[in-house]
Design a protein around this ligand. Structure first.
Ligand code: 5GP
Ligand code: MG
Ligand code: MG
Length: 203
């Protein structure tokens, strides 16, 4: 397991090599994505409110910012899907370790992710939500790393793919995203200094 590589006295920002998106850039883009979602949800004329399903823990900041800017009735729930452990390389076999509370049968679901990387997690969640009877499934991810996609995922029904930014192939932290559970509280997205983590391919 990784060690907390910074001292509390360093503040939250120690260890960041460079910033990819600032707090202001993120806020502006999240508003745009929320406006698109608002227009689409209204256009669908749903009989029941959409269910926004955040993927814990990484999506919690994006989920909170996003739903407050979507001007349509919606329910919010969380799932936990894990494949990473403490490393920076996905195991490729995500499992759902905490399930939904809201009934999604017959409803429009928007899966809210921090990053779609290989696509394994989103594929697994779509299959899970389909089994629970969701009538349409969209994916709204803060970051998209298309360079690393290996699992093709199919949206369901009227589902659509939304993304905040296309992310270059770096391991990023902040705005909810962690390294070994740290850095989630950074208000921006950054790349860690190489010395802050050692490459771990064991999981
Ligand atoms: P997948 O490979 O299944 O598409 O991605 C699974 C999850 O791995 C993402 O939702 C995200 O939580 C995590 N992940 C992928 N790339 C990064 C990254 O650069 N930084 C962090 N902190 N997590 C990542
Ligand atoms: Mg995630
Ligand atoms: Mg993680």
């Amino acid at each position: 397991a990784a060690q907390a590589a910074t001292m509390v006295s360093d503040g939250a920002y120690a260890g960041i090599d460079r910033v990819l998106w600032t707090e202001a850039e993120i806020a502006a883009r999240v508003s745009e994505v929320a406006a698109e979602l608002t227009a689409d949800l209204r256009g669908l004329r749903l009989r029941e409110p959409a269910v926004f399903v955040g993927v814990a823990t990484g999506a919690f900041v994006f989920l909170a910012d996003l739903v407050r800017r979507v001007d349509a009735p919606l329910a919010v729930d969380l799932v936990r899907a894990e494949s990473y452990g403490d490393g920076t390389v996905s195991s490729g076999r995500p499992t759902i370790t905490s399930d939904l509370k809201v009934d999604v049968a017959g409803k429009h679901v928007v899966v809210v992710e921090d990053i779609v990387d290989t696509g394994n997690t989103v594929s697994c969640l779509i299959a899970h939500l389909e089994k629970k009877g969701a009538s349409s499934i969209s994916v709204c991810t803060f970051l998209d790393k298309p360079a690393r996609r290996s699992a093709d995922f199919q949206l369901v029904g009227d589902g659509k793919f939304y993304r905040g930014f296309e992310c270059p192939d770096y391991f990023v932290v902040g705005y909810g995203m962690d390294y070994a559970e740290f850095y989630r509280n950074l208000p921006y997205v950054g790349v860690l200094k190489a010395e802050m983590y050692k490459k771990d391919t064991s999981n």
